[in-house]
Design a protein around this ligand. Structure first.
Ligand SMILES: [Fe+2]
Ligand SMILES: [Fe+2]
Length: 359
């Protein structure tokens, strides 16, 4: 089954794609800064200080610079890839730069609007990292004349308001899943260098350690505030786990060639990433989704098929197209609800809060 993806051939089209606010596109967030200011990390002070020392050390300060060979490799290798793969890769770069920049903006806004020294320092470090990440990907878009005007995007893209606790659940997960995605690709291409069709993948190993550390920061904030991890909040955790996994699954399946070119297959890649994320997230969430349940897997496939129908209806346009879009959206919500109702795994939180990036 093919998804309908519009061509990205001009900077305007790239900018439109980055600005998009669909269920699947990366969003920009804002939050309650006064509530952020009240976050207290005193219960985990020792772990916190150790983590801040890592940020201070800044072991990736020299990592996000292009080498002279970078351009050569783009010219030699990437110029050979078929146009469909090129489109999927550009789509991948645009969603990646948008989500990196989304983190950059959110962390920077929090940093500017709080006085709490712990939160302020953390947010400044994370914004530093995300701005390097976004800038580095944007350089690769610029190679094709498709660089995004990040300042313009910041001014014109819509912002979604999230309470701090939703920011913690969602951002923790997107940082950890970002780590799992980057490291899985890096390891695959380490084993199969002939499949590394673009040099940017060589940067993913040290890069993903930044994302891992960002995730650790949110894990510590939540462990310092254990009420966020029990009672009714478990329903929210479950919701965010499913929303983040489902979004990734559907989005990745619209780019089958990208994975295929790396010798991966979208479903297998996604379940490897989910397995890693499940394992890591036990540091903070007392529940994990049962990703091996055949009903779960069938539901994820159905979500992708429904999204394909929605895209087709959108492309069709007109009243009939709108009607079809509505019907499939209801089917999608029903499938999501069924997935949400599936049994989950439960476990105790470990005494040792931090996890090492060992994948
Ligand atoms: Fe990042
Ligand atoms: Fe990050």
């Amino acid at each position: 089954m093919e998804a309908v993806t519009p061509m990205i051939a001009s900077p305007e089209e790239a900018a439109r794609k980055a600005k998009e606010n669909t269920l699947l596109s990366p969003r920009f967030y804002t939050t309650d800064f006064a509530a952020m200011d009240r976050i207290d990390v005193a219960p985990i002070r020792a772990e916190w200080d150790a983590m801040m020392a890592e940020y201070e050390g800044d072991n990736n300060h020299d990592h996000f610079q292009r080498t002279p060979e970078f351009a050569e490799e783009v010219a030699q290798r990437f110029s050979q890839v078929p146009p469909e793969l090129r489109q999927e890769f550009l789509d991948f770069l645009i969603t990646s730069v948008t989500s990196e920049f989304s983190g950059c903006i959110l962390y920077n806004e929090i940093q500017k609007n709080v006085t709490n020294p712990d939160i302020k320092a953390l947010m400044r470090f994370m914004a530093r990292d995300e701005s390097r990440h976004a800038g580095f990907i944007n350089q690769s878009l610029k190679d094709f004349g498709l660089g995004l005007d990040l300042g313009g995007l910041k001014r014109t893209k819509a912002y979604t308001y999230f309470k701090p606790k939703y920011i913690f659940y969602a951002t923790y997960l997107s940082e950890k899943i970002g780590y799992a995605r980057y490291i899985t690709i890096f390891r695959q291409l380490e084993r199969h260098p002939d499949k590394r069709f673009h040099p940017i993948f060589r940067w993913f190993e040290r890069w993903c350690n930044d994302e891992f550390r960002h995730g650790e920061s949110f894990a510590l904030i939540m462990r310092a505030n254990p009420h966020l991890l029990r009672g009714g909040n478990l329903l929210w955790i479950r919701f965010f786990l499913l929303a983040v996994y489902a979004t990734m699954y559907v989005r990745d399946h619209t780019r089958p060639m990208l994975h295929h070119a790396m010798g991966l297959e979208s479903t297998d890649y996604d379940y490897r990433v989910f397995a890693i994320t499940n394992e890591i997230s036990k540091q903070v969430f007392p529940i994990t989704l049962d990703i091996d349940n055949p009903t779960f897997r069938a539901g994820m496939d159905r979500l992708f098929r429904i999204q394909t129908r929605i895209n087709e209806a959108k492309a069709q346009g007109g009243l009939l197209g709108k009607l079809r879009q509505g019907i499939w959206a209801v089917a999608g919500a029903a499938t999501f609800a069924r997935l949400y109702a599936l049994p989950v795994h439960r476990h105790q939180l470990p005494a040792q809060m931090r996890v090492a990036p060992a994948w």
